[in-house]
Design a protein around this ligand. Structure first.
Ligand code: LMR
Length: 344
């Protein structure tokens, strides 16, 4: 009898211990389940762009992604898709508006179709130097321009910098306006840029960024304009023979988010994104300058590209040639904005 009672007691104790271990394991599993639920709740921002990762925009997008992730404790995740792997520059605005992706950072010229006032930023010789550009981006004019993007399910959040554009060709040095005569250039879409080349008596074809290398390599086109970082990272210097440091116009980006998506975020999430963006914007303003300088040195030292600089007279001749463009744009969008940027 005694033995029977002992065995029964032992069985009960073992049973209780097994049940509590099992409960503990379950609760451990539940912790994991909570994390899983957390992951399901994670907000994902798909950020698509068209340039390489080792460019100002490519690095800024990655930095922004890291900052958002740490500010939100992983609750908001930014997935960056570089090099047109998701959408080329002709497709990315539609993809954003339709909500297939949530963020993009196209160049100014690519936004002029949606916000004609943005044409002002493509004017040649509008900006004196980087400090002038930054005063415009960071001040009231920049804020007004961003508001102009607020339609068609887009919301303009900030400006990201790249740098001044330079001219390249595989025909001859481009120093005087006459040197452009009859040459065929790749341009980004945008009427101001097309008109700029028309005033130089050159032909243009608007083409997505990821086609440029091949068109130049095949000599379908003679030249193009871009920043040093784009010329370097896309290898355009390998398929061109001349580069003129013309600094004739500025290339920067509008950072845009899908408006409906933005409206569904909590104020805390919006603040986290805004704070990550403002840190990235400051960072890229400095980093873009350094990167363009370093990559220019690389080109200078390690390529056979012939480099030229505009002297004062040549620069004046370009400016004179572009003067009608200012008059035409004033007639189209009014003179206030152009004047206020020049005065800034
Ligand atoms: C280009 O098309 O040349 C540029 O817009 C690429 C970029 O986004 O910098």
């Amino acid at each position: 009898m005694k033995t029977f009672i002992s065995i029964s007691l032992l069985t009960i104790v073992m049973l209780i211990s097994w049940i509590s271990t099992d409960t503990l394991n379950h609760s451990k599993n539940r912790v994991q389940d909570d994390e899983q639920t957390g992951l399901r709740d994670q907000i994902v921002i798909r950020f698509s762009h068209v340039v390489a990762e080792n460019t100002p925009k490519g690095l800024a997008a990655q930095k922004f992604a890291q900052l958002v992730e740490s500010e939100s404790n992983g609750k908001v995740k930014v997935e960056v898709y570089p090099n047109s792997i998701l959408y080329s520059d002709g497709e990315e605005v539609d993809a954003l508006v339709n909500g297939d992706i949530q963020m993009i950072a196209p160049t100014f010229s690519k936004m002029t179709e949606y916000a004609p006032k943005w044409k002002v930023l493509d004017l040649p010789f509008l900006f004196e130097n980087d400090e002038h550009v930054e005063r415009v981006f960071n001040g009231k004019i920049g804020k007004d321009l961003l508001q102009k993007l607020d339609h068609k399910n887009m919301l303009g959040l900030t400006f990201w910098s790249n740098g001044f554009k330079q001219m390249t060709s595989n025909e001859r040095p481009l120093l005087n306006p006459e040197d452009f005569q009859g040459l065929h250039f790749r341009v980004m879409p945008g009427t101001v840029i097309q008109r700029q080349f028309a005033l130089l008596n050159a032909k243009t074809t608007a083409q997505p960024f990821n086609n440029v290398y091949r068109s130049l390599e095949l000599h379908e086109l003679d030249g193009q304009e871009n920043t040093i970082s784009n010329i370097y990272s896309k290898g355009l210097y390998k398929v061109q023979s001349h580069l003129t440091l013309s600094n004739h116009a500025y290339l920067g980006y509008a950072v845009i988010i899908n408006k409906q998506f933005w409206g569904k975020l909590t104020p805390t999430q919006q603040n986290q994104i805004n704070s990550a963006l403002s840190e990235t914007t400051k960072w890229i303003q400095e980093e873009a300058k350094k990167m363009n300088e370093q990559q220019f040195e690389e080109i200078q030292q390690n390529s056979s590209l012939q480099l030229h600089t505009l002297n004062k007279e040549q620069q004046k001749a370009w400016k004179d040639r572009f003067a009608p463009l200012y008059q035409e744009l004033k007639a189209e969008i009014g003179s206030t904005q152009i004047q206020s940027i020049l005065n800034e």
